[in-house]
Design a protein around this ligand. Sequence first.
Ligand code: NOJ
Ligand code: CA
Length: 682
Amino acid sequence: MRRPILSIVYAIAAAALSCASAHAETVATVSSPNGVLTVGLDLHEGRAGYRVERFGEPLIDTSALGFMLRGSGKFERNLALADKATRSFDETWEQPWGEDRFIRNHYNELRATLTETIAPNRTFNVVFRVYDDGIGFRYEFPEQSAAAELIIDDELTEFALAGPATAWWIPAGEWNRYEYLYNRTPLNEVTTAHTPMTVRTDDGLHIAFHEAALADYAGMWLRRAEGRRFRAELAPASEGWKVRRTLPFNTPWRTLQIADSAAALYESSDLILNLNEPNKLGDVSWFTPSKYVGIWWSLHLEQESWATGKKHGATTANTKRYIDFAAEHGFRGVLVEGWNPGWDGQWFGNGYDFDFTRATPDFDIEALAAYAKSRDVHLIGHHETGCAVSHYEDQMADAFAINERLGIDVVKTGYVCDAGGIERRLPDGSIAREWHDGQWSAGHHQRVLEAAARHHVAINSHEPIKDTGLRRTYPNWVSREGARGMEYGAWGNPTNPPEHEVNLVFTRMLSGPMDYTPGILSLQGRGQAIQTTLAKQLALYVVLYSPVQMAADLPENYEKHMDAFQFIRDVPADWARTEVVNGEVGDYVTFARKDRNSDDWYLGSITDGNGRVLEVPLSFLDPGRNYTAQVYRDGDGAHWHDAPFAFERETRAVTSADRLTLRLAAGGGQAIRFVAGSAAVP
Ligand code: NOJ
Ligand code: CA
């Protein structure tokens, strides 16, 4: 019997449909130690994807894995699972310095080998490490006959969030590097974002997307492709591709921190450190976490200048004044900017005049280093490159040797120019322009760290590549900028608004320490007010972590606020333990941290433009101890705009059984030192 034509059409359509909707096959899964998070690796017609579930509910929908390669096109099809293996890991390691002395690294791992079923039969492994509060995955390219080298035009890795969410993000690929105010938008209004990008789902789950161990590779931007689906876009390289590597190599880890609350999200940042390699430098006790003052704010106020001449800040006499101030008040470091030739004229984006081995004639570096030593103070070096980066690399070994001889054991570096303006000398002598977060810049920072480490110098980079936890491997990479810092309070247009720091805590600060340079107790920039209360400036020392922490205001301004200044003198820069007591992204946050060198605890609490009352149980304090709480709080009627100087200092006796009510003014904050007393509480 002849089949009616219509039924043949139906049969063809059905075959096409079943083909199109053929379910992806889950070829491997791995769950976190407590089973809350599960990652599935799927293959669908030879294409690989991963998905994430939390308590069995979809969190990340199937998201692609793969690469776009120069010459051979996509490396993402015709894949088959060649091998898989799982393992568990649980170890606690000690940080030489940090927010916590001990960090637990506890995960289950899946390593899956995916091989092309057609020529050239290339292979990569995808490795997932699944923690109870996050996931990291990376690609490993083992040695193979199919490829000796890869030229990566882009990564095809996707991140498809399963449900609607609000995002906190800054734009990537724009001229001002990472120095943007944070946007708060629905997730599907993000364009291309830097990481960490933080989202809160409509169900209240907090997720931060970032990366760990970014070395010899391009930084990852997140480009929204459609709806809630993002794709990795790698920072450009001057050659036109993104990354060029010989095999074997591993990519950085792509990370998702996943937590119920904003506070737990911050605490899940251990993931970034855990995914980095252990310390390669060995004993780094030559680095001392500490606070510093310096010839800096006066430059940004234009009261003094980097350039030589009448207004030159970095003179011998002026530096002595800062050394004396540091010695008198217990600061270890004195930063001096403008100490070297190269600042006269237009230095922005023109770093070829910078000399890092000689001082200007009015700055007697030998005598000042000796004077500093006699007063138990160390000069802090400053290497502003103006983005002439190869020119800097030519000099850095000599410069670090001089630093070491003079007791200058911390150097602040700088890369002031627009994004994409980093100058790299090619072998033929011509200059190529690179991005601050491209593969070449990643390599540059590593060369700096290694050269500095050879001379026991620690690095604090401004206009850096983003932090991805490499401080675990190179503990001399102690801090960096990489966001809008206090300098925007001097001249920013617009300046940093009251919510800026609470945005930073749950975005930028998830990546690592920041040299924010707080403590402007004068609350005054260049013709504009700083948009915080006085007490909030103090709280920032506890809230924004850095092992080198500046007291950024002028000595004469501190003389006018000695009561508040006492907290800046007391607060440590190194911690045994950190607890996030409460917080909401972009709204407020309270930190409690225990000093690494005493039994004292410190608390810092800050809010955005809204005043609020927070109840804080003191259960973080060691039980069975008496403490004297030295409270530095917003005074009655304080307000960042109307009454920023309204401020109270008071003391009271407390134990871990007490609760405190913190009253934060609009744009305000509170700082408390809990001085440990006798051990016996009845
Ligand atoms: C920008 C840095 O962030 C700032 O701290 C420094 O003073 C200037 N560059 C000059 O190097
Ligand atoms: Ca800067």
